[in-house]
Design a protein around this ligand. Structure first.
Ligand code: TYD
Length: 216
């Protein structure tokens, strides 16, 4: 099973992914990964895109860099893991390009979908958990985390204007409406444990459906 976690800054994707990975790893072999990242190239692209010291990048350039990193991630890590029978949990994937470069920066949908098609080679998640959160709340959480450690610190996307983050959220909501079978929305403006319990229930019920259906 290939599961992605999506959502705006500060919605807790990484911590929730870690928590879910810990529970699931007791039952199935799990690979926990993220985008941009997951490969050496992905981590380098991450530095270029997110670091404040990096070059100015047009949104189409961002899309292509993210897509190059995704192409490598799919071929080097995701497909081999799935072929070995492992379940994959990925924090951010193609929907982030739809939401950020598409919704946030207005790159044409046809361009976004073409880049995603090339990068993913048709590898779609079985399930996407969308952690929905008002960007005002998310950015406040992120700002507070930034004071505690550089790892969770502010990045170039976080620093974009509020209207950008609101467009990103609207794009995620449209996606969730357009793909109700794949994308499940979880209200992330609640205590960590409540969100964690919801995510676990959704994932376990999806596994039960797959097992009943006889799929792998
Ligand atoms: P990260 O620190 O992982 O943010 P978060 O903790 O909120 O997930 O930074 C990843 C950033 O990259 C995030 O701001 C969204 C952006 N991004 C895109 O714009 N498009 C993409 O396709 C991906 C994968 C990420």
């Amino acid at each position: 099973m290939f599961v992605t976690l999506e959502g705006p800054e500060g919605s807790g994707k990484t911590s929730q992914g870690d928590a879910l990975g810990t529970v699931l790893s007791a039952y199935v072999p799990i690979l926990l990964t993220r985008e941009p990242g997951g490969t050496e190239l992905g981590e380098r692209v991450r530095d270029i895109l997110l670091g404040f010291g990096g070059p100015a990048l047009d949104p189409v350039t961002q899309l292509l860099l993210l897509s190059a990193a995704r192409a490598q991630h799919v071929r080097e890590v995701l497909r081999p893991a799935i072929a070995e029978g492992r379940s994959v949990l990925c924090v951010r994937y193609a929907d982030s390009s739809r939401a950020y470069q598409g919704g946030g920066d207005g790159v044409a949908e046809a361009v976004i979908e073409a880049a995603i098609a090339i990068a993913t080679d048709g590898l779609e998640p079985d399930l996407t958990i969308y952690l929905d959160l008002d960007p005002v709340v998310g950015l406040r959480r992120r700002a507070m985390a930034g004071t505690e450690g550089a790892q969770e610190g502010w990045n170039r996307f976080d620093a974009r204007e509020l209207a950008f983050h609101q467009r990103v959220r609207e794009a995620y909501k449209r996606l969730a409406r357009a793909c109700p079978g794949r994308v499940v929305t979880v209200d992330a403006d609640r205590p960590f444990e409540a969100v964690r319990a919801d995510i676990l229930e959704i994932v376990l019920s999806r596994i039960a459906v797959i097992v009943r259906g006889g799929a792998s």
